[in-house]
Design a binder for this molecule. Structure first.
Ligand SMILES: [Zn+2]
Length: 259
């Protein structure tokens, strides 16, 4: 039996699957990874300047932040989902998907067909912007157009407070309610499927260990080793998109066989 068939069999035997995705799930759609292959894309920005603390402290860091954000938003608008996103949507249609917990901010799971309410974006989303002072929310498109028209650092129209995308920057704390929800969902899962995450970013990565402790089976699909490989019942070192396509193929074969 190949690893892909084994993964498909584990999926068919499960009914409460969590898909946990990281940057590797979006790279084949053309979204560059901060750490891996796409790193060069980001070198034109000073990443040290893009921490949450610098954003709060310096106007020059905020300018750099919005320059990077504009380019990233344009890129995200131009990309399409890939097989990682489509296969997880397929698991939802089969009634097996408890939820998707993603480290990505690009909205590709929703675009790929997973219901909005099933997606937990632990690092937030690029599609909304919030005011730090009065908490008013704006669509990213509105702010995008404002910056396009020549404003370097947009401010809240109501209170002139600082605006920032609803993504979690380096050094920015996660939103507690979102973390709590992802943990609660993880503890209910019977299969925790990691796709395209090196599981290096905490506290998100420890969810794998929590799933395992709570009795779920664990599959890790990633290009290389992760610190949580010891939790895996099945490890697939492969490109996330190709691996998911092969698993879907096996799922279809197995689903057609009489039980
Ligand atoms: Zn405001």
């Amino acid at each position: 039996m190949t690893q892909f068939e084994e993964a498909a069999r584990m999926i068919l035997a499960s009914s409460r699957i969590i898909g946990f995705t990281g940057a590797g799930a979006s790279t084949d759609s053309g979204v560059p990874d901060y750490r891996g292959i796409g790193q060069q894309y980001w070198t034109k920005y000073n990443m040290q300047d893009l921490t949450f603390q610098r954003f709060l402290a310096n106007e020059s860091s905020r300018k750099e932040y919005w320059r990077m954000e504009q380019e990233f938003y344009e890129l995200v608008l131009s990309v399409a989902p890939n097989d990682v996103h489509y296969v997880l949507a397929d698991l939802e249609r089969r009634g097996k998907l408890l939820g998707v917990i993603t480290q990505n901010v690009d909205g590709l799971h929703q675009k790929g067909g997973v219901s909005k309410e099933k997606v937990i974006e632990i690092h937030g989303t690029i599609f909304t912007v919030s005011c730090f002072q009065c908490f008013k929310k704006y669509s990213r498109q509105e702010i995008y157009e404002r910056i396009k028209s020549g404003i370097e650092v947009p401010l809240c129209s109501f209170c002139h407070g600082l605006l920032k995308s609803d993504t979690i920057s380096f050094g920015q704390p996660l939103i507690q309610e979102v973390s709590a929800r992802s943990l609660a969902l993880t503890l209910q899962s019977d299969l925790f499927l990691v796709v395209g995450s090196s599981l290096l970013v905490q506290p998100a990565a420890y969810l794998v260990a929590k799933a395992k402790e709570a009795g779920a089976r664990v599959i890790i699909i990633n290009f290389g080793a992760t610190p949580y490989d010891y939790c895996a019942d099945l490890l697939i070192y492969d490109n996330a998109t190709q691996a998911m396509a092969k698993i879907l193929y096996q799922l279809e074969i197995l689903s057609q066989q009489p039980q």
